[in-house]
Design a protein around this ligand. Structure first.
Ligand SMILES: NC(=O)c1ccc[n+]([C@@H]2O[C@H](COP(=O)([O-])OP(=O)(O)OC[C@H]3O[C@@H](n4cnc5c(N)ncnc54)[C@H](O)[C@@H]3O)[C@@H](O)[C@H]2O)c1
Length: 452
């Protein structure tokens, strides 16, 4: 067998072995020069000879290849130490804000002691730098409320990604942003997970009118539960702030009037509206659990009836129903005796409230609605005055679980968000009529042109 010193590829250890042999040879030479035999060199020193024998600690170091292991160990330290610190730096620079904890942990592990690190909360800009626009996801952004919110966010300078499966939304609602480099639209169902790097998530995706949410109740509750879980998971992963658009329906058929946020509601858990009402209540629960359990920054808005341009025509919501019927010269259908009350908020007021809530410091829930209260018959009268004084009213039997009263107590939003609606029903209604007119009669013109 070859001695290890002459083995090919022995590397640095080969040199060390040679060194050892040389040291031994010198010792033997010295012993011979002193008149002794080679074996004499191995004898314990007696204080005579040309040089004194190495002290015991040198012999200890040289013996049993201890020096080899010591040098190998030092070489390893030199090789590994710089790369370890390098990888820690790389993690801290390349990982997203979501992995701040991960990056600081890897530094601790790599360097053996905690390091002071600049941990930047997501969505905040360091002092001295100009605030850049935020990256914002709006789920349901192609719908009625979502599209108005997208308009405002883009106007403010943010980059917006709309995530929408177009179940009730329309591309036309956001088409005017097509050429804007800060606008993107992804056709996606929130029931499936998605990964996006963003600072804020406005979660609106959910069919909102009874006609649509009763169409496929299982899908509605799935959207509210699984869809909300997916968006909360995304917010947690990327460290984004999350806003849920809940609803006044969480109060059910209320036993308290007006409804304050402290009221827990009176909801039928097994009725035809439950997929929506209970779905939203669960979505609120999930949102608060992520807030408490995962320290997620969340906001909850409880939206009361809202109207305005881009509402779905014929979706069964009372304002859009009355306006479309009056324009088409059809009778206005009133369900029940028409004495049930609702409050109606113009969409720009709601969008203002949602943005104030998102940017503010309070989790909520906050009622966002217009406290002006109207019976269905009073609303019909406003529609007659605005569109057609001769419009007839037709009574039909009421639908199941239709709440008798609905009026928000908005003191909390007034006090903590500095928000209150500005546009009355009489001012707001004419603002949506032109949009409805264009869509109803524009559609009819298109159909007529297609027939020719
Ligand atoms: N408009 C109101 O009066 C009102 C009142 C209370 C609460 N809200 C809430 O506000 C939000 C927006 O309501 P809106 O009036 O604009 O309704 P909308 O139907 O016009 O908009 C909902 C949007 O969500 C999309 N969507 C539905 N399911 C989806 C899914 N699974 N994946 C991806 N996208 C999906 C739809 O395509 C649509 O674009 C809803 O969450 C609703 O519950 C609205």
């Amino acid at each position: 067998m070859m001695p290890s010193s002459s083995m090919p590829g022995a590397g640095s250890s080969e040199l060390i072995y040679r060194g050892l042999h040389d040291a031994q040879a010198v010792a033997e030479e010295e012993a011979a020069g002193a008149g002794g035999s080679s074996s004499a060199a191995n004898k314990p020193p007696h204080g005579h000879g040309r040089g004194a024998p190495p002290p015991p600690w040198v012999r200890y170091v040289l013996g049993e290849q201890r020096l080899v292991f010591a040098l190998l160990g030092m070489a390893l330290v030199f090789l590994l130490a710089p790369s370890a610190s390098c990888s820690a730096t790389t993690y801290t620079h390349t990982t997203s804000s979501s992995s701040v904890e991960y990056s600081s942990m890897s530094r601790v592990a790599a360097l053996g002691q905690p390091q002071q690190e600049v941990v930047r909360p997501p969505g905040r800009v360091p002092l001295g730098l100009k605030r850049k626009g935020l990256r914002v996801v709006v789920t349901g952004g192609a719908g009625f409320v979502g599209s108005h919110l997208v308009d405002r966010l883009l106007a403010r300078g943010d980059s917006v990604i709309v995530v929408d499966n177009l179940f009730t939304g329309r591309k036309e609602n956001v088409l005017h942003h097509g050429g804007n480099p800060r606008f993107e639209m992804i056709r996606h169902d929130v029931v499936e997970p998605i990964l996006l790097e963003v600072d804020q998530i406005y979660h609106l995706a959910c069919p909102a009118s009874p006609v649509h949410y009763k169409h496929n109740p299982v899908k509605t509750i799935k959207t509210n539960v699984v869809g909300t879980l997916n968006m909360l998971g995304l917010a947690k992963r990327v460290g984004a702030r999350f806003l849920l658009t809940s609803t006044s329906e969480v109060y059910g058929d209320p036993l308290q009037h007006p409804q304050a946020e402290t009221y827990w509601g009176n909801v039928n858990p097994i009725g035809v509206r439950s997929c929506y009402d209970e779905g939203k209540r669960t979505a609120e629960t999930l949102t608060m659990d992520y807030h408490r359990g995962a320290n997620l920054e969340v906001r909850i808005a409880r939206i009361f009836n809202t109207y305005g341009p881009r509402m779905c025509i014929d979706d069964g919501r009372v304002v859009s129903n009355f306006v479309a019927q009056a324009l088409r010269k059809e009778p206005l259908t009133v369900y029940g005796d028409g004495k049930q009350t609702r409050s109606f908020q113009y969409v720009s007021d709601l969008v203002e409230g949602l943005m104030k809530l998102m940017e503010g410091e309070h989790v909520g829930p906050f009622n966002l609605g217009n406290p002006g209260e109207f019976t269905m018959l009073e609303l019909a009268k406003v529609v007659q005055d605005t569109i057609d004084p001769n419009a007839r009213i037709e009574f039909r039997p009421n639908t199941a679980d239709d709440p008798h009263k609905r009026k928000p107590d908005i003191s909390r939003a007034k006090e903590l968000l500095g928000w209150e609606p500005k546009i009355s029903l009489k001012k707001g209604l004419p603002l949506m009529v032109q949009d409805f007119r264009d869509r109803i009669f524009g559609d009819q013109k298109d159909a007529a042109a297609g027939d020719n």
